[in-house]
Design a protein around this ligand. Sequence first.
Ligand SMILES: Nc1nc2c(ncn2[C@@H]2O[C@H](COP(=O)(O)OP(=O)(O)OP(=O)(O)O)[C@@H](O)[C@H]2O)c(=O)[nH]1
Length: 578
Amino acid sequence: MKLRMAHKLALLLAGIGLAAALLMAVLAERVGRTLLVEGAQEALLTSTQVLARRVEVMQANVARDLRIVAEHPLTLRVLKDNEADAADRLARWFEVSMHSQPAYFQMRLISAADYGLERVRIDRHQGQLLRIEDDALQEKAHFPYVSEALALPAQELFSSEIAINHEDGAHDGLEQPTAIFSMPVYAPNAPNGKALGVVVINVDLRNTFALLAQDLPKPYQLFLANGEGDILLHPDAALTFGFDRGERHLIQSSMPALAAVVDGSTDHAVLDFNMDTSHPMVAAFTRMDGAPHTAPPRTLILGLAQPAREILARAEQLRRTLLGLAVPVALGGLVLAFVLARTFTRPLAQLERAAHGFGQGDVATDLPIDRHDEIGTLARSFVHMQHCVGNQLQTLRENQQTLERLSQHDSLTGLPNRRFFMQLLEQALVRAQRHGQTVDLMFIDLDGFKPVNDQFGHECGDQVLQTVVRQLRAGLREADILARLGGDEFVVLLDGALEQDTCATLAAKVIELISAPIAIWQGHTTVRVGASIGLARYPQDGRTAYELLRSADRAMYAAKEAGKGCWRFATSGGQSAS
Ligand SMILES: Nc1nc2c(ncn2[C@@H]2O[C@H](COP(=O)(O)OP(=O)(O)OP(=O)(O)O)[C@@H](O)[C@H]2O)c(=O)[nH]1
């Protein structure tokens, strides 16, 4: 099937529309994806910063709890005087504190004397609070949280490395990631003297971060590394605390973009990484340097990650919406393109019909000539062309008619020539045969014409011929057909079935008319010619035009031979006269 121009144009326009809609959808989806990922990274970064702030607040809370205990008189009474009552009250205090702080594994008051003997100790044991007393209390002077804290000035906080707690009798904290904070206790009247002991709080790292991150939007995944990049918290537990097993799992090894955060060149980073081959993640990390009044300063690198799939779910929704829009838009475009194409091609079809019709002789009158565009110009040009071609055709027809007339008539006299006369005669014979009628033919040859030519010139001869014709016309009936065969020979096809007498009368009249003097040289002189006439009748003298003419010619010669100026019938029985 051949596609019409309108259909091709419609398909082209619709194709362009569909391609544009799809391109827009793809671009919008790409831009949407980028914006979503960037937005998620920003949100993640903000969340890590919020989390870092919470860690600082938590650390400040621990420091505050330690300071209150370190400065309380009960603590001094236990350390200096070893008062059992004071120890009991302090133990209850520890219990209340740990009750309100579920992330505390353990609270202790440790004496500087007796090799760092624990004086008051509350452990979290299988979710319950357990006081450790008497012989179960241990000497801890060799642990940094005791030895190093004793060397600190008042109110300074000791912060341990975050590590797996292997300490004997740590109860729930045993083998758990733990951060240990401690603060020295000084006598109020001797703040620059020797520390009497330390107050210690063991903090459950996982529980702490779970609590701190609990109201962050899910599904976030938490990452924590120390200042060297050792992974402390990670969704894959096998990567955490590698140093505790003699391995190193550094965060910057799996995420090279974090090297700058680990070495301190920048305090944050956003990145994409693959948790495994099928789980691309988007993440943000923030570096936390040690809080003031904390020794030694401990750096932490906190990170939050979110599956890219979750983030891009909205992009998928956008893609579906855009594709859903693209289909009706494309269909609408197809309809619109078809209507537009029809609008453009309808006038062209009109012009095409007009051109076709014009070829068959029709003149179109309903063309869009009032339009002010190229189609209007084309229509006006077509109308102009129609007009010009029409005029040329008219001229051609007129020329053709002139040529036809010239080919059928004698140029000197304007009479039908021999060829045309023979046609007329044949038609007359057919009619006569059909109606069983007769046809009479008069053959006229001028007498003495040559001397006119010879004496007065050819031009005068022409004038004489024209005058003879005028006289013949005047003498013959309207319906009689006069023709010039050539030279000074004329024929008359007499109208109607005539009696022979009538024919003879007409011949006599013709001879008389022709024999009248003819003025030449503008009337200065006259000449005379005569006429010899042969009469022949269909059907007896000839059944065809040729036979009839030959018979009339012979009769005319008979008249010539008889002395000219007379007529003869072709039929021997016919009468003749001079
Ligand atoms: N002026 C003129 N002369 C013509 C024309 N056609 C033929 N003629 C001349 O007409 C003459 C006819 O010759 P003829 O019929 O022998 O002359 P005629 O004197 O009539 O002779 P008869 O018929 O025997 O009486 C010739 O001289 C032709 O040259 C024409 O168109 N114009």
